[in-house]
Design a protein around this ligand. Structure first.
Ligand code: COD
Length: 301
């Protein structure tokens, strides 16, 4: 399946069982607007967890009706995060969403050993990045949100999470490019060694349900022409669905360049926990937040 934009996530979400999302600290204007838009499109049921008075004032300021949306009053961010995570781990909600609260604060709560959302496997962030140039493409960027400096084994876990998500959104065998600054193995650049090892693990069936190759520089991962110029022969060259970045800085920078400088939309979610966590940047647009809710709900099924 070739996906040209992210609108399919709305249809996919609307076609299945309606999930309930718990939103921790929903104070950013766009987070509230996205929750209201998700209600209007009948995508999810929402529970807002935070200072009820603050939420109502914000909604009124923005002319948003909170009809049909439940509010659980928790005055401090710390308690709101804890309550929302517990709602999801206890089965009162099917997925979690980060509002206006630090990513690390929410993730530490998610990783809580007693009442968090650990499933015994690696948690990682995937951002589906819509690119309107090049005829409309989607690139899964991972991991620019959770794992900071992944080693080889962590990269395998990051790939497995992304592949499971791609299968759920209808891509049977995603092409994965392990990115570096160059497309050759250079012993002085550790990520090129990891990329080559991942490619061989994919060849030998140690990583399943996808094709992994690398190292690739970004240009030859996304452009067939660039790959041809460099003489790279690989099914992944120019056709990557998923871009595995070497570390959190690379992933975060690529995502933010696309969001802020190119004004593209996306959808972000943390995978590998018992339930998905919708995780976008505080200043992401309402549309990106809405698409992220749809993606999270699809993954939650
Ligand atoms: N998957 C599964 N378990 C994990 C993971 C993971 N990705 N990370 C940590 N754990 C487990 C560890 O095994 C351990 O049992 C426990 O959690 C605590 O581990 P620490 O001490 O290494 O982790 P923390 O709590 O100090 O930090 C975990 C964070 C996810 C908060 C940290 O890695 C982090 O801050 N990541 C970056 C988040 C961020 O700032 N993103 C900004 C970009 S939007």
């Amino acid at each position: 399946m070739t996906i040209h934009n992210l609108d399919f996530l709305m249809d996919l979400c609307a076609s299945g069982r309606k999930m309930t999302i718990a939103v921790a600290c929903p104070y950013g204007d766009d987070a509230l607007a996205a929750v209201c838009a998700a209600r209007d499109r009948n995508l999810v049921n929402s529970v807002l967890v935070g200072d009820a008075e603050k939420i109502r004032v914000l909604a009124e300021k923005d002319g948003l009706s909170l009809d049909g949306i439940e509010i659980v009053d928790e005055k401090t961010d710390y308690l709101a995060v804890e309550k929302s995570v517990k709602m999801v781990s206890g089965g009162d909600a099917d997925l979690l969403m980060k509002g206006l609260v630090k990513t690390a604060t929410l993730l530490k709560s998610v990783l809580n050993k007693e009442w968090g959302l650990r499933a015994g496997s690696l948690l990682s962030h995937l951002f589906l990045q819509e690119i309107t140039v090049m005829g409309g493409r989607i690139f899964g960027l991972t991991d620019g949100g959770m794992n900071m400096y992944p080693d080889l084994q962590t990269k395998v876990g990051i790939i497995e999470n992304a592949v499971e998500c791609y299968h759920k959104i209808g891509v049977a065998c995603p092409m994965i490019a392990a990115l570096a600054a160059v497309e050759v193995v250079n012993p002085d650049m550790a990520c090129t060694l990891d990329a080559a090892a991942l490619a061989k693990m994919s060849d030998r069936g140690q990583i399943k349900g996808c094709v992994v190759d690398g190292p690739f520089a970004l240009d030859n991962a996304v452009s067939e022409e660039a790959a041809k110029t460099k003489g790279i022969r690989s099914p992944v060259a120019g056709n990557a669905d998923i871009l595995l970045v070497p570390n959190i800085e690379c992933g975060n920078l690529v995502g933010k360049v696309m969001t802020y400088l190119a004004k593209e939309r996306g959808a972000g979610v943390v995978l590998g926990a018992r339930k998905p966590i919708v995780l976008t940047s505080r200043f992401d647009s309402m549309e990106t937040k809405l698409l992220s809710i749809a993606l999270g709900a699809v993954v939650a099924r």
